[in-house]
Write a protein that binds this ligand. Structure first.
Ligand code: CA
Length: 335
């Protein structure tokens, strides 16, 4: 049977059409050893007043990225219906099992939610969550803001991002919203593998989609949390859902023009980082060295930048494995 013909096993305790503030759950049945007829309760808030645009705001698509969940829990707690024209749907912890485990992927099925779209109503726990967003939440939205950071293994300069799209009007709307977020940087983002991403699901439904990379290392910093809190309100103002002027300096544009942006380790070892986040990079400059750790006297492997630009992301732990993303170089477009 085609999975998309089935109802979702997830039920919502909030009414998306009701005015006011509601805090509730998406209840996903999960029968298991410690709870025979148990379920997973994914927190959700809806704040609605009258008619207008709908924003879908999400965090912890990856469970070890914290700026989004913090900013969205604060927003859900403080946003009043009288502040809003239209509707705000807030899911601070999309992959709730992963958030609880402090891991990128789900501890239940090892599912990477951001590679699980469009999902399946009769699939794994993670596929069921993806399917619910795909078929029930995304269609409600006009604008989607999905918070990311680097998680435990990457660290980023703080940016809001939008993708190159074939529909140039949609691309501009997405990038305008990313600029409105008001992070220090605004990235025209290239994905290593866009298949199965929430981003792609939202964009293919014609939505205005903004994502972020705000830091990483498996934690959140005061500065990046402040960027997240300000950014989400800026995006709501940009969408006409909140009143008031956008509180943002002008973000510096960054681009990822080709796969030359990504530097991947081809060896296991100890990383010598030669640049810090935000440092300028010349073409041909050594970005990192990888030292083999088995013996002394060996020459480290040097990784050079093929591009001129800025170090926008780096591997966070001190040890790398072959295949790990070691660094990302963003370019600074001439204006
Ligand atoms: Ca992420």
């Amino acid at each position: 049977m085609n999975g998309s013909a089935l109802p979702s096993p997830i039920s919502s305790s909030v009414d998306f059409e009701r005015d006011g503030v509601q805090h509730g759950f998406l209840r996903l049945p999960h029968s298991r050893n410690d709870s025979a007829w148990g379920s997973i309760l994914i927190p959700i808030s809806v704040v609605k007043r009258g008619h207008g645009a709908t924003a879908l705001l999400t965090g912890a698509n990856h469970g070890d990225e914290y700026e989004g969940p913090i900013a969205l829990l604060e927003l859900a707690r403080t946003l009043r219906a009288e502040d809003v024209t239209g509707r705000v749907i807030i899911v601070p912890m999309m992959n709730y099992p992963a958030l609880r485990a402090g891991t990128r992927t789900s501890p239940i099925d090892d599912g990477n939610l951001n590679r699980a779209f469009p999902g399946r109503p009769d699939g794994t726990i993670t596929e069921k969550i993806a399917d619910y967003f795909q078929r029930f939440l995304l269609p409600l939205a006009d604008i989607v803001l999905d918070f990311h950071s680097g998680g435990r293994t990457l660290d980023f300069v703080p940016y809001a991002a939008a993708h190159r799209l074939t529909d140039k009007r949609q691309e501009k709307a997405c990038f305008d919203a990313a600029m409105a977020f008001g992070a220090p940087f605004a990235m025209r983002m290239l994905e290593i593998d866009a298949f199965g991403m929430f981003d792609t699901a939202a964009e293919s439904q014609g939505k205005i989609f903004v994502t972020t990379e705000l830091g990483g290392g498996g934690t959140a910093r005061a500065s990046t949390i402040a960027i997240a809190k300000r950014g989400v309100r800026n995006v709501l103002k940009h969408a006409g859902i909140l009143a008031g002027s956008i509180d943002a300096g002008s973000s510096i544009h960054l681009d990822m023009p080709s796969n030359d942006c990504f530097i991947f380790a081809e060896d296991d070892g100890l990383v010598e980082t030669c640049l810090d986040l935000g440092d300028e990079v010349r073409s041909g400059q050594v970005v990192a060295r990888i030292y083999p750790v088995g013996r002394t006297g060996l020459t480290p492997v040097e990784h050079i930048s093929k591009l001129e630009g800025m170090l926008v992301a780096r591997h966070f732990p001190g040890l790398v494995k072959a295949g790990d993303c070691l660094a990302v170089i963003g370019t600074i477009p001439r204006v």
